[in-house]
Design a protein around this ligand. Structure first.
Ligand code: TXA
Ligand code: MG
Length: 340
């Protein structure tokens, strides 16, 4: 079994009734399950240029046909996303990715080791790539990813084309790891959501920038730096933080709950909800066993739950090793001063 789907339980999909929507105005978002009939309906909406949220092993994505400017524009509109922040294109396999980007030996090595799975590769666009310029926000590179989640894979093969898909949340808010999170932010703003239970990894993909032999870590995520360096046999480069164009969208305040967030807390102060890690007294524990994979899978769900209490959040220290690097990255952004 693919290691990114260890916690995946296909029996958990729900059975909400289907409702019809008109093509352009979403008074209510259509709720779909992961049956083939529902995926046919979702693929038909995508072919009409509509937006559909779907589960991946990392977080729920908000998909649209990456070849269609108007379809991709609906993603930006639904999320309220700044137009300069480019999107990841999801594909069923590496061969499909090669149609759109200039492939390299390094890309081959990484894809063989980690695809399908939570790794995104940024590569130069190829001539005749066919991708709408709104996807890359005008850059000459494209972020490509082959997801491991069976429902994402079935949707991609049913649709038969590349899907641009950012995380299915309002821009700058907490990422969605359940269909209920998607609906909280986007109900009425998107055509449909496919509900297939919680996302097993719970953190977005690791993003690598590939420039010839040089590989730069643009965003830590579901595949750890250590695992990538083992495959490459050399260290990853670090992102140049002064160069916004190498990693647009890496804004400081991101994944932000409504309430204030305090990091590295050993106990709760007055009124705070304490999000713990390991053996400790707290309101929510990311992992009592101090297991970073479990903490990653719980992170956004717990932030959503704490956010609903409206109380300030204190978060215990999380070790900055393996998946803990990505967890700490998301927590720092959640705690950063808000620009909204
Ligand atoms: O796990 C994931 O990656 C999820 C699921 C849905 O696949 N997607 C996701 O997308 O996290 P999003 O849009 O929330 O984050 C994509 C990040 C953004 O920070 C964006 O700036 C960066 O990828 N990105 C996209 N294209 C890029 C490019 N050509 N060069 C550099 N960064 C890029
Ligand atoms: Mg996002």
């Amino acid at each position: 079994m693919n290691k990114y789907l260890q916690h995946f339980n296909p029996a958990r999909s729900n059975t909400q009734p289907k409702r019809r929507v008109t093509a352009m105005s979403h008074t209510d978002t259509l709720k779909l399950t992961a049956t083939q009939t529902a995926l046919d309906r979702a693929a038909a909406l995508l072919a009409e240029g509509q937006t559909v949220a779907f589960p991946t092993e990392t977080v729920y994505g908000l998909g649209a046909d990456a070849r269609s400017g108007p379809a991709v524009a609906r993603i930006y509109a639904a999320k309220g996303r700044p137009a300069f922040n480019p999107l990841i294109t999801h594909l069923p396999d590496a061969d499909m990715a090669k149609r759109h980007v200039a492939w390299t030996d390094t890309a081959d090595e990484l894809a063989a080791a980690f695809w399908p799975g939570p790794l995104t590769l940024v590569l130069p666009l190829r001539p005749g790539h066919g991708i709408a310029s709104l996807v890359t926000a005008g850059l000459d590179t494209l972020a490509v990813r082959v997801p491991a989640h069976p429902t994402a894979r079935k949707l991609l093969s049913t649709f038969g084309g590349p899907l641009a898909a950012p995380s299915a949340n309002l821009s700058g808010r907490i990422s969605a790891t359940a269909a209920s999170h998607v609906l909280k932010d986007l109900n009425g703003r998107i055509a449909a959501v496919i509900d297939d239970g919680p996302c097993p990894v719970g953190l977005e993909s690791t993003i690598l920038g590939l420039n010839g032999e040089q590989v730069t870590l643009l965003r830590p995520g579901g595949v750890s730096r250590e695992d990538i360096e083992t495959v490459l046999g050399r260290p990853l480069q670090d992102r140049d933080h002064s160069d916004v164009l190498t990693a647009p969208g890496q804004m400081q305040s991101h994944y932000a709950p409504s309430a204030a967030v305090r990091l590295n807390a050993s106990s709760a102060r007055d009124g705070e909800v304490l999000l713990g890690f390991g053996q400790m007294g707290c309101d929510f524990n990311l992992s009592t066993d101090a297991d970073l994979a479990e903490a990653a899978a719980n992170l956004f769900e717990f932030l959503h739950q704490v956010d609903r209490t409206g109380r300030p959040i204190a978060i215990a220290p999380i070790p900055a090793t393996g998946l803990g690097v990505a967890i700490n990255d998301r927590l720092r952004r959640a705690a950063a001063p808000r620009h909204l």
